[in-house]
Write a protein that binds this ligand. Structure first.
Ligand code: HEM
Length: 392
């Protein structure tokens, strides 16, 4: 596939710029090249909300089930790298704990996880990304799946190995081998659950193992558990950290101790729009296709830039402002759109609300550490590398 040359702004895009502050270049692209070729990533980028939705809606022309998909290569076929009947079967089998009502019912579980971690924070302050947002995200998804708390540390190690493999664009064989070993170890760790299906537990893995007749076989359970795990860790960690950072970098006179659940929900929702943790959904075009008047060649990889869509001025007033009171009715696309809309969106909202409220109640004088400034960074997952906060 030869690289097109008629995209002058796309030609200037760099990965550093996308990781550091992508929003100025997103505005420039959206205004004149909403579908562009970015040589720096060797892929197409889409930046207008309407066109992002057009791609994500059309699972015939823009697909996830391409053999080049690193998610498919690492985890095997599961709901985020299949289309049509198999995707619907995987997703509906895994859906029960994740609809809005079920996720609300998980609030006590999330409360327990959060209480254990908020109580363990140091006396004067902490890096809240690594000591709070990250372990809360791992423990919650692990409990929802039905995995033993003793394995949370190992789960994080496996997660980091998978994450490296999913951005292994250079095809480094060692990275691939490490990820394969982590997938095998994860599958082996599921054996006790799959072999003893009659355990009385409502956790997802136990429910799937016990179903009679089975909705998914062992391979399918493992692959879909992997995508639930992968989908639920860094995303939630980043969203909690990004919302904390947004709130603390826009201090109000009343302080965080006065934020109630409604106010926290509005801050969480606005941060999903303003600094989405997942910046892009990748799609593969098996056939040549026109998008926004631009011919896209067969075999193209198209990146739907969610952070760009969420700041599209055609849909959001003053899109660069963080404004939890905004009255715009337009939903954000932080959880994607269409058939692959995030399975865990309702749970992610419960986690963020619970984690923030518990922290602000425990530490009402919580504030950013002026000596160690930080802000979100990253072109695929976006979050502050550290979030140093004081409360003493
Ligand atoms: C705030 C946190 C989260 C964000 C920002 C987020 C974002 C997303 C996005 C953008 C997609 C669409 C991917 C695509 O279309 O290419 C997605 C899909 C998915 N997410 Fe999330 N996610 C979050 C939390 C979670 C949680 C907590 C779970 C599970 C416990 C989860 C599980 C999944 C799964 C399984 C999919 C694939 C759904 C499908 O292919 O049908 N996510 N997520």
């Amino acid at each position: 596939m030869s690289a097109p040359t008629s995209f002058p702004i796309g030609a200037t895009v760099t990965i550093d710029q996308l990781a550091d502050d992508p929003y100025p270049i997103f505005h420039r692209l959206r205004a004149t090249e909403p579908v562009t070729w970015a040589p720096a990533i060797g892929q197409w980028m889409v930046t207008s909300r309407d066109l992002v939705m057009e791609v994500l809606r059309d699972t015939m022309r823009f697909r996830t089930d391409d053999p080049r998909s690193p998610i498919r290569e690492t985890f095997g076929p599961q709901m985020l790298s299949t289309e049509g009947a198999p995707q619907r079967r995987y997703k509906s089998a895994c859906a029960p704990p994740f609809n809005a009502k079920a996720a609300d019912a998980l609030t006590p579980l999330v409360n327990d996880v959060v209480a254990a971690h908020v109580g363990a924070l140091p006396a004067s302050g902490a890096d809240l990304r690594s000591t709070y947002a990250a372990p809360v995200a791992v423990a919650t998804v692990a409990r929802v799946l039905g995995l033993d708390p003793a394995g949370d540390g190992l789960l994080r190690e496996w997660y980091d190995t998978f994450a490296d493999a999913l951005i292994n664009y250079a095809g480094d064989p060692e990275t691939r081998t490490r990820a394969e070993a982590a997938v095998l170890a994860f599958r082996a760790s599921l054996q006790p659950i799959l072999r003893a299906p009659d355990v009385a537990s409502s956790a997802l893995l136990h429910t799937l193992a016990r179903a009679h007749p089975r909705l998914l076989d062992d391979e399918e359970i493992a692959a879909n558990a992997l995508i639930v795990l992968f989908g639920g860790i860094e995303t939630t960690e980043a969203s909690i950290a990004n919302t904390l950072w947004a709130i603390l970098s826009h201090p109000s006179a009343l302080g965080v101790g006065h934020l109630d659940a409604d106010a926290v929900d509005r801050c969480v929702e606005e941060t999903f729009r303003w600094e989405p943790a997942v910046q892009t959904c990748s799609r593969y075009a098996p056939q040549a296709v026109m998008l926004g008047g631009v011919p896209i060649p067969a075999g193209a990889i198209v990146q739907c830039m969610l952070g760009a869509a969420n700041r599209d001025p055609a849909h959001y007033r003053a899109p660069d402002s963080w404004n939890p009171a905004r009255a715009d009715p337009t939903p954000h696309l932080a959880f994607g759109f269409g058939r692959h809309f995030c399975l865990g969106a309702a749970l992610a909202r419960v986690e963020a609300r619970t984690a923030l409220l518990a922290l602000f109640r425990r530490h009402p004088h919580c504030r950013l550490d002026p000596e160690r400034p930080s802000r979100p960074h990253g072109h695929e997952f976006r979050k502050p590398p550290r979030l140093d906060v004081l409360w003493a």
